[in-house]
Write a protein that binds this ligand. Structure first.
Ligand code: SF4
Length: 269
């Protein structure tokens, strides 16, 4: 599979997948050379359904929030509260809602699934095995994301291509066949320095942890500050191989997010 779009074999591509691919390619062609405001306005205008922006309150997400609110675009703001976020994220969440006069819809893990996962793996089981880590990310992030994006036509993200090797091939607009929508990343060709300069020039509230070396901020127990010269995402799941440093929101096997296997794991006593 070359593009996260169902299959390399054109004969197995469904009409719905082909339509999504066509829409993504058209958006990429139409707005790839526009600035961020132009990209957002064009993508939202072309949407044939709900547009959802998922924010985790990182630098890029805050910049994108500023653009969306400034242009008064009809976009639904959503966030995934894993229950393991830094206190600074919750403070910034409130500050962002107050600063921009918006409500950000929260999505939480299913309590019964999470309770079973913690019983089976321990509260910090993600340090013990990759399977436990992926299961935790599935339960706390991937499944809630599915509900946040249910019925959406466009999924807006704050991804940048140079955040990591795994994100290098991301385009402005891509078909997400598994979720039945187009994923659009208007800051795709921005650098971190550009985003930081924009935030400073426009008074965009950002997480104070960024100034302490926390460049990419996820859940508290799975995020550390990076040292000078380290890749941006070196502080995420630092005990794992670099190739696997995604939580399942933006990658998946055969274009589909991996699902938790909690019910097959031996229950700890
Ligand atoms: S980042 Fe860590 S705590 Fe957060 S969902 Fe993934 S494994 Fe669990």
């Amino acid at each position: 599979m070359a593009n996260g779009f169902g299959s390399d074999d054109p004969s197995t591509t469904t009409p719905a997948e082909a339509l999504l691919a066509h829409r993504a390619a058209a958006l990429d062609t139409a707005f790839g050379k526009a600035d961020v405001a132009g990209r957002l306005a064009g993508i939202v205008a072309e949407a044939d359904g709900r547009v959802v922006f998922t924010t985790s309150f990182g630098l890029e997400d805050q910049v994108l929030t500023h653009f969306i609110v400034t242009a008064k675009l009809p976009v639904t703001f959503a966030t995934l509260d894993t229950g393991r976020l830094f206190p600074e994220v919750y403070s910034l969440w409130q500050e962002t809602e107050e600063r921009y006069g918006i409500l950000i819809r929260p999505y939480y893990p299913r309590h019964d699934t999470l309770e079973l996962h913690v019983r089976q793996n321990g509260i910090n089981g993600f340090y013990v095995s990759r399977d436990a880590r992926k299961s935790c990310c599935d339960i706390r992030k991937v499944e809630p994301l599915g509900r946040a994006l249910a019925g959406a036509s466009i999924w807006l993200t704050g991804l940048r291509a140079d955040q990591s090797a795994t994100r290098g091939g991301v385009k402005l607009a891509e078909a997400d066949a598994a979720r039945g929508l187009v994923k659009a990343s208007p800051l795709i060709d921005w650098s971190r320095e550009q985003a930081l300069a924009f935030a400073q020039e426009n008074g965009v509230p950002i997480n104070p942890l960024h100034a302490q070396g926390f460049v990419s901020i996820g859940c508290q127990p799975c995020t550390r500050a990076i040292r000078p010269g380290e890749p941006e995402r070196a502080g995420r799941w630092w005990w794992e191989d670099d190739a696997a440093k995604e939580c399942g929101l933006h990658v998946g096997q055969n274009g589909k997010p991996a699902r938790a296997q909690a019910t097959t794991v031996e229950v700890r006593q």
